[in-house]
Ligand binder design. Structure first.
Ligand code: NAP
Length: 249
């Protein structure tokens, strides 16, 4: 029997990158997966790639009504949630000199508020216990210019997880963060004006990473699968860095 057989998982931001790779892995391991994202066309493409045992629910994690609609659909179709991968995230460059209130609010609202309510609204359906994984970032423990608010959001969710471990301990729910290093997904290109600038940044990250390259989404999915499954049954409250050593040296 596959180790996620019979499990129901929710993956926010499951239409691209790390979320999509993880949704594929969860389904390959026997789970039924609900994936979310704002762009319907990307969700449809992802659904076709995943192939089976997947429902798409369009929505924005900042919007509490969208999250209510997501979990209403999960409840109607499956009645339970075993695994939450709060993965949807946003990054844009802005230094302290010129960052705007709009930048601050958008980054906080997607990366912190979105995670908080993705988790809170899942809890009534987590009646069999389970595993919550929050996608953070090694940037939460680094000082990288133009990533200040993003770093604060990722350090912030790591702090929330410590609290949730205590608050959820009587419910049989484990909570951990996963912290990727630089990983090959569309989020990198989205931070730059040109392909050349994006490729140059990837080269810088690869050179700073002891393994000499940036990560693949599937390598993050391996770690998310570990945290989701009983393979990690005694792992609780950690921040699992999957970064080729980038933040470890
Ligand atoms: N790739 C890296 O180098 C790296 C490193 C460290 C941490 N991370 C973290 O990993 C997570 C996943 O990023 P990724 O690299 O896989 O990026 P990605 O390929 O761009 O995927 C991001 C996913 O999140 C969705 N999303 C974004 N904003 C959303 C919102 N407000 N509501 C709902 N869905 C939303 C996107 O779909 P829509 O745009 O259609 O909504 C997409 O499905 C993020 O939390 C990111 O901070 C990534």
């Amino acid at each position: 029997m596959s180790s996620l057989e019979g499990k129901v998982a929710v993956v926010t931001g499951g239409s691209s990158g790390i979320g999509l790779a993880t949704a594929k892995r969860f389904v390959a391991e026997g789970a039924y997966v609900f994936i979310t994202g704002r762009r319907q066309a990307e969700l449809e493409k992802a659904k076709a790639e995943i192939g089976k045992n997947v429902t798409t629910v369009q929505g924005d994690v900042q919007n509490l009504a969208d999250l209510d609609r997501l979990y209403a659909q999960v409840k109607a179709e499956k009645g339970v949630v075993d695994i939450v991968f709060a993965n949807a995230g946003f990054v844009e460059h802005a230094q302290i000199f010129d960052l705007t209130e709009e930048h601050y609010n958008k980054t906080m609202d997607i990366n912190v508020k979105g995670v908080v309510f993705t988790v809170q609204k899942a809890l009534p359906l987590m009646t069999r216990g389970g595993s919550i994984i929050v996608n953070a970032s090694v940037v939460g423990v680094k000082g990288i210019p133009a990533h200040g608010i993003y770093a604060a959001t990722k350090a912030g969710v790591r702090a929330l997880v410590r609290t949730w471990v205590q608050e959820l301990k009587s419910k049989g729910i484990r909570v951990n963060t996963l912290s990727p290093g630089a990983t090959e997904t569309p989020i990198i290109r989205g931070q730059f004006d040109s392909d050349a600038a994006s490729e140059a940044a990837k080269k810088v990250f690869a050179e700073a990473t002891p393994l000499g390259r940036i990560g693949r989404a599937e390598e993050l999915a391996n770690a998310a699968y570990f945290l989701a499954s009983d393979e990690s049954s005694y792992v609780n409250g950690i921040d699992l860095h999957v970064d080729g050593g980038l933040a470890q040296v």
